[in-house]
Design a protein around this ligand. Structure first.
Ligand code: PBG
Ligand code: ZN
Length: 319
């Protein structure tokens, strides 16, 4: 009989034997920026998460700075929406202005920006629409314009989340042509059409006005297709590839880690966060232990970067 328990005997030896360790730099913290002034509006389905107007961002940015995490992921919520999502790539769009503000005042914070049209389109879809159809190739130039305008504003990294085919190649070419050869692309490569995005769509005002996202996001049943999506994005020039959501897709993440020698990101999404917060609020689980267990599992499965609303809490608990 081999005695596994010899290396579990006390805290000192357990600490030494730990294979996976979380670090503040593992985390990217999503922030919602809304048009207007003096707004710090709680997102009801995501306790602890707020929409901030630019003038109210300091509070959260100071926390991010103190936590010394890897970076932030910005989502803009414009006042004005139209069928082409023109505020997504407007020079003075809410997201561009937020990036400029943060870049200027917090040069130490690494800014990733989500590149997608759904927060900006009147129909709430991630691409151009014709009738009930979500157009692919017609959408690409708009995504390129958005990515370039955010790089111009000072974004460190862009993260296309739209799931149109060919967008990574198009964005890479557009960034390079505009002189942003050094801006990396984190591709939402295996992004599943998931019920776990529900709370986010309240937070970002981005629910589709008709139909669903199943003609562009992936079927949760498909693991092989996820690997093909990831391979395609790598070939198109992605610098990092992402699996999203996290917990129900750790098999996909693990398989990607074993298949590709690439930095992997995982997105611990709004619905995953909401479930933990709801159970914790009821006293049914130990929030701290559950969160650290979940995040450790994501890293153990192969994530280099974890995008999570728990980031600031996790850093406090790790210290
Ligand atoms: C925009 C986008 C979504 C999320 C990240 N970027 C929503 C969606 O695709 O409907 C989800 C994030 C979350 O649920 O926390 N395309
Ligand atoms: Zn979208």
């Amino acid at each position: 009989m081999y005695r596994f328990r010899r290396l579990r005997r006390d805290e000192r030896v357990r600490a030494m034997m730990q294979e996976t360790r979380l670090h503040p730099k593992d985390f990217i913290y999503p922030i919602f920026v809304i048009e207007g002034e003096k707004i710090r509006h709680p997102v009801e389905s995501m306790p602890g998460v707020f929409q901030y107007s630019i003038d109210c961002l300091d509070e959260i940015l100071e926390q991010v700075k103190a936590a010394d995490i890897g970076g932030i992921m910005l989502f803009g919520i414009p006042q004005y929406k139209d069928s082409q999502g023109s505020q997504a790539y407007a020079q003075d769009g809410i997201t561009q202005r937020a990036v400029r503000f943060i870049r200027e005042k917090y040069p130490e914070i690494y800014i990733v920006v989500d590149v997608c049209l759904c927060e900006y389109t009147s129909h709430g879809h991630c691409g151009m629409v014709c009738g009930e159809e979500i157009l692919n190739d017609e959408t690409l130039p708009y995504l390129v314009k958005m990515a370039v305008s955010l790089a111009e504003a000072g974004a460190d990294m862009v993260a296309p989340s739209d799931m149109m085919d060919g967008r990574v190649a198009a964005i890479r070419e557009g960034l390079d042509r505009a002189g942003f050869t050094q801006v990396p692309i984190m591709a939402y490569s295996a992004k599943f059409a998931s019920a776990y995005y529900g709370p986010f769509r309240d937070a970002a005002h981005s629910a589709p006005g008709f139909g669903d996202r199943k003609s562009y996001q992936m079927d949760c049943a498909n693991g092989q297709e996820a690997l093909r999506e990831i391979r395609a994005d790598i070939e198109e020039g992605a610098d990092l590839v992402m699996v999203k959501p996290a917990l129900a897709y750790l098999d996909v993440l693990k398989e990607a880690a074993l298949t590709f020698a690439m930095p992997l990101a995982v997105y611990n999404v709004s619905g995953e966060y909401a479930m933990v917060k709801a159970a914790a609020a009821n006293g049914w689980i130990d929030e701290r232990r559950i969160v650290l267990e979940n995040l450790t599992a994501m890293k153990r499965a192969g994530a280099k970067i974890i995008i999570t609303y728990h980031a600031l809490d996790a850093v406090r608990w790790l210290r």
